[in-house]
Design a protein around this ligand. Sequence first.
Ligand code: DX5
Ligand code: ZN
Length: 221
Amino acid sequence: MQVKIAPSILSADFSVMGETIKKLEKSGADLIHCDVMDGTFVEPITFGAQMVKNIRPLTKLPLDVHLMIEHPKTQIKFFADAGADIITVHYGACKKISDNYLKETLELIKSCGVKCGAVVNPDIPVENIFPVFPICDMVLLMSVFPGYGGQKYIEEVTEKITKAREYARSIGKGDMDIEIDGGVTEENCKKIIDAGANVLVAGSTVFKSADIAKTIKTLRG
Ligand code: DX5
Ligand code: ZN
């Protein structure tokens, strides 16, 4: 399966975001990962749909919007209108509201013509999102607790990747995107890919690099 690298702009300098987006595209990035944080579901506040709208005209790359927010359903329309190509929402944020909220939110995303995905934190079994695999274009397994870049990869997540890939295959969706987010480095990328992930988010690894193109190539395994 083709491995895709999604640099997270969370680790970028927000004052020169436009230049950064163009540089990422030139350096071979496959998607732009946009970390939206609301100060409630996670402590920090990053940016909202306006950022997505402003970077949309600067690149042809898909914009991968990771919503770390409470009540995600209320924001879908804004991110879809802003030009998101894929929107992922947290199982944990949805479960708090109702058992059906995750499925309803994913269906809402799809009804806006945008790809959808479900996310689980490191301490949530991947089995909890198996019921929505049939409607997901991607699933995102967090390999750190969300909120901050630069954390260490949680090793226990590797076996969740294998479980997710096996389950996707078992329902005839073997080529489904499985994304890993948090602590991805040039050292651990191979292990993550071998376990069955094909979309790797990388924040600090990409933005600390002196040669982003080379780092992206290495991350591809
Ligand atoms: C964490 C975010 C990540 C983060 C990854 O809450 O969802 O996308 O930017 O950063 P690194 O790659 O530095 O762990
Ligand atoms: Zn993210």
